[in-house]
Design a protein around this ligand. Structure first.
Ligand SMILES: [Fe+2]
Ligand SMILES: [Fe+2]
Length: 261
């Protein structure tokens, strides 16, 4: 089957690009499951229940997040009552919401998604390597029919992303990185059949800085005044990756996606 993974959707332009480009992409690549990172979907910071519903309505099956997950507090009760928005599993075992979900569609093989967060140049978190092993053991026990497993590793350091990719090679279908908002060109299939890409990129305005207003971000660096920036305006792009798999859950091809609206 074919799985589409979309890099961090940033603000209204990101949602607009996703809504405009998703139907054709899903059709072109015969997509069974669409996963999107939505940690910046609400004005660049966090996600709200209304925006989560809008993403799900436009054809996203599951939303992953990252360090900005709790920016809007009303997502917490929403997440507790639904398994369509994940938070990183290794933030803390006591955090609200879930970090793993199993998607099932009639006539299709199921897909498990695990959302993890890095610890290098990031806020403190549990070990993503150990947490991943625990999650895989739990999946094997609770959902023995699941062979397709996708990991969104929301992390800053390339080395940490590559290390987790190789650590999980052969145990999962794909590991795609998020958080840097800059798409990398290292999409590949590792030796034991796991698809890997350091960063899936960003879905939003490409002429901003990580999807946010250029001038405001430059000002932040030049003045050291830290405040939330506005979402950029301009040319919109959807960035992500499509992985094609066999029935055993191994990746057979991986394709970088970068489409302008
Ligand atoms: Fe992000
Ligand atoms: Fe992030």
């Amino acid at each position: 089957m074919n799985i589409l993974f979309i890099g961090d959707i940033v603000g209204k332009p990101g949602r607009h690009a996703a809504a405009g480009l998703l139907p054709a992409l899903q059709e072109k690549y015969g997509i069974t499951y669409t996963i999107a990172n939505g940690e910046n979907a609400a004005g660049g910071y966090g996600i709200t229940p209304d925006i989560a519903r809008a993403l799900l309505n436009m054809g996203v099956d599951l939303i992953t997040t990252g360090n900005h997950v709790w920016e809007h507090k009303d997502i917490i009760p929403y997440m507790s009552g639904s398994d369509t928005v994940l938070r990183p599993l290794n933030i803390s075992p006591l955090a609200p919401g879930a970090g793993v979900a199993v998607l099932r569609k009639t006539g299709e093989q199921p897909l498990a998604v695990i959302n993890l967060i890095g610890r290098v140049f990031m806020a403190p978190a549990e070990c993503p390597f150990h947490t991943a092993l625990q999650a895989l053991a739990a999946l094997q026990q609770d959902h023995p029919d699941v062979v397709h497993i996708l990991v969104d590793f929301h992390a800053e350091a390339t080395s940490e992303k590559q290390a987790l990719g190789w650590f999980l090679d052969g145990r999962i279908t794909a590991l795609f990185g998020t958080h840097t908002h800059v798409q990398t060109s290292d999409e590949s299939i590792l030796q034991q059949g796991t698809a890997y890409m350091t960063d899936a990129g960003m879905t939003g305005v490409i002429d901003g800085i990580l999807g946010m207003d250029r001038e405001q971000i430059i000002q932040r660096f030049t003045t050291s005044v830290q405040k939330h920036a506005d979402v950029a305006k301009g040319k919109e792009e959807l960035q992500g990756v499509v992985v094609r798999t066999d029935d055993a859950g191994k990746a057979v091809s991986v394709l970088r996606i970068k489409e302008q609206l």
